[in-house]
Design a binder for this molecule. Structure first.
Ligand code: PEP
Ligand code: MG
Length: 562
């Protein structure tokens, strides 16, 4: 038996034979005696063909892996129009090199520039340039671009896989993926995640002589066993069968309500960042969207998005997900989410600074553009409008005032407005403590446990060095959550959680016992959360001790409800 370690991109177990995947190599003529006109024409023809291919891959990915990954090929199409990239190649053609040499050298130079960048995201883009280079060389050499040739499903081992190679692979022939190179941020990793295939990257040591050998990829422990011992086969086969059963059970939960055994119904919603996540909401059978982080519409744009651009995004999400409720949070820019065009001043302490509603209330015209877009979109589905980072009733009243100004303007313009709910994020201790006052003014609260934990415990959520000091189940945070739920319910305001803690299955029982009405989680956590809710029986907890009466010892709820 041999074993090789890598880095996990997708966990899970794959059992089968290894297939080594080789990318085509080319002999390139380095002579400097080619006709520039002829080579320019060959270069341009190839560029247009590859652009068309990328468009076809985009359409294929839309159907097979979703909008998110399809966007990779859309970006490739645009990259091929990049003037710097084209110039980098044409310089060589003008020096009388052949188109193949110009593409090889020009694309490699651009890829090299990307790979030397500090930013991990841009670093990973170098693989996209290499992918395009290979497609260009395939076309110039008349090569078809090899796809996976196998007659049974295999664990594929490659040096690295380009996005276009990955999407061309027949998923029915794939059990798992292993690459020797690659990064967590690469588009191949993103594609692997969306295909949900056990995947290892940076498995540097795995050798070509594994071809055809029986292997087990253990994504949980980030390793692959070649010709594994009997006991490993037994152990991992059992784990694999357990995974299959679990996945099947989860799929069977689609269409079923998220209700406890004793009849408490919890709404299980999903968090999204934009249009690209609509499929994930539907596929994972989320009952609504509890948090659409609208700031991604701003982060995805090079300029301040205008009212119509925003309207189109909100309308599309509302329409596609109707009749589900979609809660759109107004812009939460600032702190870790910055855009250049807002020209925000540098701050020493951005998490405590000029962010979210503070920007919107200081720039009413900016805020009104978004509110008008939201109100116009409300006619197309079931909308909730949510304000982030609220700390006082006066702020909330000002938000509502601006919202009703927009309503009046649109009414005067004869624009149809649908029904919608209004809510706020509870993500500061101030909001949780004043929740009674705030609840009078809104239909719902959504607890943002990510920021609530950061502000309650004074632990910067961006600083990994603080992990030893952080307790995601801190009793103070749990107490604030309980206070918020109680305050909301005293005023007929429903209460949900949209921070990461909502997906923490070790707290589901506690949240349901506290009386939570809705949990909004990343789409992949919807079905596991529904399973956990359906497994709960809270009959035995007839008398819930109100949090005000306890002496707030750590782990109070955990001890009470375990
Ligand atoms: C939160 O703070 O818990 C939250 C959901 O908002 P974000 O993570 O976008 O700050
Ligand atoms: Mg937040």
């Amino acid at each position: 038996m041999q074993s090789f370690n890598g880095k996990k991109v997708v966990s899970g177990i794959a059992i089968g034979k290894i297939k080594i995947y080789k990318t085509s190599t080319y002999e390139i003529n380095t002579a400097q005696n080619f006709d520039p006109d002829n080579e320019t024409k060959r270069f341009e023809d190839a560029r247009l063909i590859v652009q068309r291919q990328q468009h076809e891959l985009y359409e294929k990915a839309l159907v097979t892996t979703g909008q998110d990954t399809a966007g990779i090929f859309e970006a490739h199409e645009l990259m091929l129009d990049d003037e710097d990239l084209i110039e980098a190649c044409k310089d060589f053609i003008n020096d009388k090199y052949c188109a193949e040499y110009a593409v090889q050298t020009g694309f490699d130079n651009v890829a090299q520039t990307f790979s030397e960048m500090e930013d991990e995201y841009f670093k990973a883009r170098s693989a996209d340039v290499i992918d395009l280079k290979n497609s260009m060389l395939d076309v110039l050499s008349g090569h078809s671009g090899e796809s996976l040739q196998a007659n049974e499903p295999v664990i594929l081992v490659a040096e690295d896989l380009a996005p276009s190679e990955t999407v061309k692979l027949d998923k029915n022939l794939l059990l798992g993926l292993i690459t020797r190179q690659g990064s967590q941020n690469s588009h191949t990793a993103i594609l692997a995640r969306s295909m949900n295939l056990p995947t290892l990257i940076q498995c540097h040591e795995i050798t070509d002589d594994c071809e055809g050998k029986f292997a087990i990829l253990d994504g949980y422990n980030s390793c692959v066993y070649i010709e594994p011992d009997e006991n490993i086969v037994k152990e991992l086969t059992a784990k694999h069968e357990e995974d299959i059963k679990k996945e099947k059970l989860l799929q069977e939960l689609k269409g079923l309500p998220s209700v406890t055994k004793d009849g408490r119904k919890i709404r299980v919603y999903a968090n999204i960042g934009g249009i690209k996540d609509i499929n994930a909401v539907i596929e994972n059978d989320a009952e609504g969207v509890g948090l659409f982080r609208s700031e991604f519409v701003y982060l995805d744009s090079k300029t301040d998005p205008d009212e119509d651009t925003q309207f189109e995004s909100y309308k599309r999400v509302l329409q596609d997900l109707s009749p589900r409720q979609v809660i759109i949070r107004t812009c939460d820019i600032g702190a870790d989410k910055q855009v250049d065009y807002l020209n925000l001043e540098h701050e020493e302490n951005p998490a405590l600074g000029f962010r979210a509603i503070r920007i919107c209330l200081t720039r009413p015209e900016f805020f009104k553009r978004q509110l008008r877009a939201l109100l116009r979109a409300s006619a197309f589905g079931n909308l909730g409008i949510m304000f982030p980072m609220i700390i006082s009733k006066s702020e909330l009243l000002r938000c509502k005032e601006i919202l009703s100004e927009c309503q009046k303007e649109l009414a005067a313009e004869n624009v149809k407005i649908g029904k919608f709910e209004i809510g706020i994020m509870i993500e500061t201790p101030a909001a949780a403590i004043c929740a009674d006052d705030l609840a009078e003014e809104v239909d719902f609260f959504s607890i943002g446990t990510n920021d609530l934990t950061q502000y309650t415990c004074a632990i910067d959520r961006q600083n990994a060095n603080l992990e030893p000091f952080s307790d995601t189940h801190h009793p103070a945070v749990l107490k604030l959550i309980k206070m918020t739920i109680d305050a909301g319910h005293r005023h007929n305001t429903w209460v949900g959680i949209c921070g990461e803690l909502g997906a923490d299955l070790s707290l589901t029982r506690e949240f349901v016992s506290m009386g939570i009405d809705e949990l909004s989680v990343n789409p992949k956590s919807v079905l596991p959360l529904r399973a956990a809710i359906r497994d709960l029986d809270l009959k035995e907890l007839k008398q819930e001790i109100p949090v005000e009466n306890n002496n707030s010892k750590p782990g109070f709820f955990r001890r009470l409800f375990k």
